[in-house]
Design a binder for this molecule. Structure first.
Ligand code: PA5
Length: 439
């Protein structure tokens, strides 16, 4: 099996195949609108054909990544929202789980995705003794969180390498023409990568926004794009009986209309935790507007079965689960035999640890659907490698576009995000400068 397949058996008490197929006219209309590049937000549809175009940029991205690896122990990626979640999702999913303690590849460290002074002060401690470079990523070039982190970390970089040396270690990924960051990058002659104007932050993982940090972390970005290109081809057919991506959009729309207000994205690999974070932004910002939308939440099982499991099984019936099921783990471990069998686990000796994880998946699916009456969608993929992850990124982007259209919202704007920024800006402009000791 290649790609992502949707199974709906865990929703049999909530809808039938006919209910999905009844949405065909709406889905066909949404599909036609995308293909014709029309509809609300149509100026942000660059992601649709992006994987092909991004292939052409690979040599340059790879060359810069190799340069960073040669001169730096760490790359500090400064960005927030769509400007960091995609690369973090990719690196957490595909790199060694303990890569900060293992291997010689440059470490990728994230900053500017929060306003915690402790986090950034601790980061400066670590960077002090490292050779590092900076990738500042901001489409608008004016977002407060990364802008402040950039100023602070650039200050350290300049103290370490001098202004001239620091310039050669700063890589700016931003709008091709406008914004404060574009102007600064040009005046300081930083190496820059453009974020195409027709691609919004949460759809930018397959541009240099996601690809440069992933390449520095040693990931196979060519395979990632190849998977996305395959998805682009596979998901062209609007027929709901064959297009898993559109079936997913239709199924979540049906469940939403039945009063399921929360979608819980579940994975059984902690490596996918940041993929879930990326997905939360994609769907949350795309659909949560005009008083509509599913609340996107996420959980890692079996970890969270020991915290959220009780609620899911027996609590208020407000959610459905979408489970990402990976058939083959990146690595497996055999459970050893022990002569004394003090822990009484010899019945599992010789089995893989992933077999136990799979039994957790199957047991939970049965418990949540049959006893808990919680609808479950299952998205199955062969393995968690670069190709499949690229496929999954594209699959979710297209599902989100169609789902938002079915909901009747513009999936590409995020007007509500401005409210906190406006209030924060008033407070900041009216305040005296803080006296941070460590600064
Ligand atoms: O999806 C979006 O466009 C936003 O959530 C952005 O990703 C986020 O606000 C960061 O913006 P910027 O890249 O302009 O700093």
């Amino acid at each position: 099996m290649k790609g992502v397949i949707l199974e709906t058996a865990g929703c049999k008490d909530f809808f039938r195949e006919e209910d999905i197929l009844a949405l065909q006219p709406d889905v066909t209309a949404a599909h036609a609108m995308l293909a014709a590049k029309q509809g609300p937000g149509s100026e942000y549809l660059g992601w649709l054909d992006l994987p092909d175009a991004a292939m052409a940029q690979l040599p340059e991205i790879r060359k810069v990544a190799e340069g960073i690896q040669a001169t730096s122990d760490a790359l500090v990626v400064i960005g927030i929202g769509g400007s960091y979640l995609g690369s973090r999702a990719g690196i957490e999913a595909l790199a060694h789980s303990f890569s900060n303690f293992q291997g010689n590849a440059a470490k990728v460290i994230f900053a500017g995705h929060n306003l915690s002074s402790s986090y950034h002060a601790d980061l400066l401690d670590v960077l002090q003794d490292m050779d590092f470079s900076i990738n500042i990523i901001s489409k608008s070039g004016k977002t407060t969180e990364p802008a402040i982190a950039f100023r602070i970390i650039r200050d350290l970089l300049e103290r370490k390498y001098g202004r001239e040396g620091a310039r050669k270690r700063i890589y700016a990924t931003t709008d091709p023409h406008k914004g404060v960051l574009r102007a600064l990058a040009e005046s300081e002659e930083y190496t820059t990568f453009p974020i195409p104007e027709d691609i919004g932050g949460r759809y930018s993982v397959l541009t240099a926004v996601g690809l440069l940090p992933m390449a520095v972390a040693g990931l196979d970005i060519e395979a990632l794009l190849a998977g996305a290109i395959q998805a682009q081809g596979d998901l062209q057919n609007p027929d709901l009986s064959v297009n898993s991506c559109y079936r997913y959009a239709a199924a979540r729309n049906i469940l939403y209309r039945q009063g399921k207000a929360v979608e819980l994205l579940v994975c059984y690999q902690p490596e996918l935790q940041y993929f879930c974070e990326w997905w939360k932004q994609l769907f949350g910002e795309s659909e949560g507007k005009e008083g509509k939308g599913l609340f996107p939440a996420a959980a890692v099982f079996s970890t969270d079965l020991h915290s959220l499991g009780q609620f899911i099984q027996e609590g208020a019936k407000l959610l459905f689960e979408t489970v990402i099921k990976v058939i083959k783990p990146r690595r497996d471990l055999l459970i050893p035999h022990e002569l004394e069998d003090a822990d009484q686990l010899n019945y599992l000796a010789g089995k893989g640890m992933d077999f136990v994880n799979d039994c957790a998946f199957r047991g939970t699916l049965k418990a949540h659907t049959e006893e808990g009456k919680v609808p479950n969608l299952v998205l199955t993929m062969d393995s968690l490698d670069a190709w499949n992850l690229g496929y999954l990124f594209y699959f979710m982007e297209k599902a989100c576009a169609v789902s938002g259209t079915l909901l009747g919202v513009n999936p590409y704007d995020q007007p509500g995000v401005e409210a906190y920024k406006k209030n924060m800006s008033i407070l900041l402009k009216g305040s005296a400068p803080p006296a941070g000791k460590d600064l």
